[in-house]
Design a protein around this ligand. Structure first.
Ligand code: AMP
Ligand code: MG
Length: 338
């Protein structure tokens, strides 16, 4: 079966669409990364954004408009910055890349497609992070194109395109990972010609001292001193894996690491998470047998708008380690975090 478009009756039309759209978009992002000299723009929150973020959002929004025209899209980027006169060249670059996939693309259409991402969060909507881990993308490290479908506040399906990830050491780089509620988690090679898909399954490590911990590469995206404390408390002896983006959740789902804490950073202790930063990774891990909650052990609630307003932080694990990790965290929370 081709991972570009799994045809098995196991998968819904939405899933087949999402797999194809994410695969195409992730290959576009990687083409831009390898062929273009990228000068990132800086957003209001000081985070970087590139032509690849905009091109991926425009492409996927356009495909959604064509295939599921009634479904809203809730996505990270908007066109305000690239519509400015001073950014003419940036918009022209983005349009050139989108037009390579969609020949009808014009600058005006590209802006409109990007702004489809301002959709409302109702009973059913899609959520997209066009490039999760833009800092990783810029360094040539891990990043992910992340698309999910939310229904009634729960994730129904999620797809991650991770062009820099490698599960099979003999195979090429690039992983496409996808999961649909009740149907399991799968991965295949991102490149179109490959055909095999395999199931994702979490590790069965139940002993924290033997567990591999994942952590954000960017130290200001988490609270590194508290992560270190938690490692000590859980007597974790193995070297942590530092990695950008939701690729971390794919690595957990594949059983190559065991636990991940997303702690609010010390200077933003009340920071809540964007839905697009969690949705696809959460279903991928759960369908692989793992568990995702917030730092209090509560289920992630995707019914609260663009952010997870009812949750704080994220704890993701292989399931077997979840209780122990929560117990260790509880002490941290009560004493320190909030
Ligand atoms: P990671 O690759 O795990 O470091 O996470 C990437 C995500 O971190 C991005 O998608 C951002 O939404 C998020 N992020 C950006 N700035 C911050 C910050 N100051 N604190 C916590 N998370 C952040
Ligand atoms: Mg992100």
């Amino acid at each position: 079966m081709n991972p570009a478009a799994p045809r098995s009756p196991l998968f819904s039309r939405e899933m087949r669409f999402a797999v194809h759209a994410v695969r195409t978009a992730a290959l576009l992002a990687e083409k831009i990364r390898t062929h273009e000299k990228i000068a990132p723009l800086t957003k209001k929150d000081q985070s970087p954004v590139t032509i690849a973020d905009f091109a991926v959002q425009a492409y996927i929004a356009s495909r959604l408009e064509a295939e599921f025209s009634k479904d809203p899209l809730v996505a990270e980027e908007n066109s305000v910055e690239v519509r400015k006169k001073a950014k003419e060249e940036v918009l022209s670059e983005i349009t050139r890349h989108v037009a390579a996939l969609l020949p009808s693309a014009t600058e005006n259409k590209v802006c409109k497609w990007i702004d489809r991402g301002a959709g409302g969060t109702g009973q059913r909507f899609w959520t997209l992070d066009p490039i999760d881990g833009t800092k990783g993308f810029l360094r040539g490290d891990q990043y992910a194109v992340a698309l999910a479908l939310i229904e009634k506040g729960k994730v129904r399906l999620g797809v991650l395109g991770c062009p820099r990830l490698r599960f099979d050491t003999r195979g090429p780089r690039g992983v496409l990972a996808f999961a649909e509620k009740g149907k399991g988690s799968y991965w295949g090679i991102l490149r179109p010609r490959s055909s095999r898909i395999r199931r994702l399954k979490v590790s069965n490590c139940a002993d924290p001292s033997q567990a591999v911990l994942l952590r954000s590469m960017e130290t200001n995206h988490t609270n590194t001193s508290r992560v270190d404390l938690l490692r000590k408390k859980l007597r974790m002896t193995k070297k942590p894996m530092l990695m950008d983006s939701l690729a971390k959740l794919a690595v957990l789902a594949a059983g190559r690491a065991d636990v991940f804490f997303r702690l609010p950073s010390a200077n933003e202790p009340d920071r809540t998470e964007w839905i697009w930063d969690q949705a696809s990774g959460a279903i991928l891990l759960e369908e692989a047998g793992g568990k995702v909650t917030d730092l209090h052990g509560r289920a992630l609630d995707f019914s609260t708008g663009r952010k997870l307003e009812k949750n704080i932080g994220v704890l993701a694990s292989n399931g077997r380690l979840h209780k122990r990790a929560l117990e260790a965290l509880d002490y941290e929370l009560v004493s320190n975090i909030r």
